[in-house]
Write a protein that binds this ligand. Structure first.
Ligand SMILES: NC(=O)c1ccc[n+]([C@@H]2O[C@H](COP(=O)([O-])OP(=O)(O)OC[C@H]3O[C@@H](n4cnc5c(N)ncnc54)[C@H](O)[C@@H]3O)[C@@H](O)[C@H]2O)c1
Length: 366
């Protein structure tokens, strides 16, 4: 799975390249509320496209479209690997949520999602929250990530963090022959909704945690909550160079693994929640060449989507947690396939996901 990197070549990518092939891309505008959104449906081979709504101040509209395309394709792979009967889709709303988010804008957005008649099911992502989905749901029944009071499952980051933790345990099992993280040093870049729950799992398991975040108040809150076993460093650059780091967990935005970061990583494992961690094709090989074990992002961060998918059928937390716990076995299976095929784990995960989608497509045409 490779990414759309340029912005000017969006149409070229969509219609002619291997990274494209999306079924549908919808540009949405509501001038009254200031809404500008892109909804990208990559695949409905396994079922209705499912993926969150990112609200972000993109530098340009073209950059937003490229991000929606990349994220939607990522969701197809993620949902396939999580064993869900859902295809991949994603939406982005362009703008600074702190400045332009309003009830009017979210309702307008809900009407656009509703107009797709269930081909795309939305949820939270960076910049959108449970309270926002409650508003969107007033206009659109294909909305998940709602609050329990409104028939939803609540914050999906709880199970996302649980799944990432399972991915870390599987990585430890594969590399060190034991799933425990006791005594390991784990660096988390981004202690937002997912990152802070991850700190909790790691501390409970006895790991030492190093954190960083651009929001000073988020760092301060964690340090106050955990007077021992958690330290902070100034920024991600310092984090990835931290001596004795066993695991690096990117939990902020995409592109964390790139030509600048990979050569200086001190960790032996990368396993985190952020989507699209590999900045460009080839980074997965750079990691493998350095002997760094990469637990594919879309495999280990599937806990949240497992949770929101369940919302459509009447949410049951224990059923979801049991499904998210399987991320441990899935991650181990990917490492085994990578070894057998002589390819990096990211490529092995792609192969397994593509196989499931191809089988579904073939079954449809039978
Ligand atoms: N929430 C979910 O259920 C879920 C599910 C799957 C994947 N993800 C992915 O996980 C990542 C985190 O999601 P979240 O819900 O915790 O988002 P969030 O917005 O709550 O947290 C992200 C955190 O990263 C920090 N951050 C941003 N830029 C940074 C930088 N350069 N260096 C350090 N910190 C930085 C932010 O201040 C924030 O605290 C995202 O990439 C998201 O797409 C989230």
């Amino acid at each position: 799975m490779t990414d759309v990197t340029g912005a000017s070549d969006v149409l070229q990518t969509l219609f002619r390249s291997e990274q494209g092939g999306h079924e549908q891309v919808v540009l949405c505008q509501d001038r009254a509320s200031g809404l500008k959104a892109v909804i990208a449906i990559h695949s409905t081979a396994l079922g209705p496209a499912l993926g969150g709504t990112r609200f972000y101040p993109y530098a340009s509209e073209a950059e937003a479209v490229a991000d929606a395309l990349n994220l939607a394709r990522g969701m197809s792979y993620k949902n396939a690997m999580a064993g869900l009967d859902h295809g991949g889709g994603k939406a982005v709303i362009i703008g600074n949520p702190e400045q332009i988010k309003s009830e009017e804008l979210l309702l307008a957005y809900g009407r656009f999602v509703a107009a797709l008649g269930g081909r795309y099911v939305t949820a939270c992502d960076v910049g959108t929250y449970v309270a926002d989905m409650d508003v969107v749901a007033r206009e659109c029944r294909w909305t998940t990530g709602r609050s329990p009071e409104n028939g939803g499952a609540g914050d999906s980051s709880v199970l996302t963090a649980f799944g990432v933790f399972q991915g870390m345990r599987a990585s430890a099992q594969h590399l060190w022959g034991d799933p425990t993280l006791r005594g390991r040093r784990v660096g988390i870049a981004g202690v937002g909704k997912v990152g802070r729950h991850l700190v909790e799992h790691l501390r409970k398991d006895g790991a030492e945690v190093v954190i960083t975040d651009v929001r000073e108040e988020s760092v301060r809150a964690i340090l106050e909550q955990y007077p021992t076993g958690v330290t902070a460093v100034a920024d991600t650059d310092a984090l990835i160079r931290t001596e004795g780091l066993d695991i690096y967990a990117p939990c902020a935005l995409g592109g964390a693994l790139n030509d600048d970061s990979v050569p200086v990583l001190t960790a032996k494992v990368v396993c985190g929640a952020a989507n699209n961690q590999l900045a460009h094709p080839g980074v997965e090989k750079d990691l493998a060449d350095r002997g760094i074990l990469y637990a594919p992002d879309y495999v280990v961060n599937a806990g949240g989507v497992i949770q929101v998918a369940d919302e459509l059928h009447g949410f049951d937390f224990d059923r979801c947690k049991a499904k998210a716990a399987k991320i441990f076995d899935t991650t181990l299976a990917i490492f085994a396939r990578a070894k057998d095929d002589g390819i990096p784990p990211a490529a092995a995960a792609d192969r397994i996901a593509e196989q499931r989608m191809a089988e579904a497509r073939a079954a449809r045409t039978r």
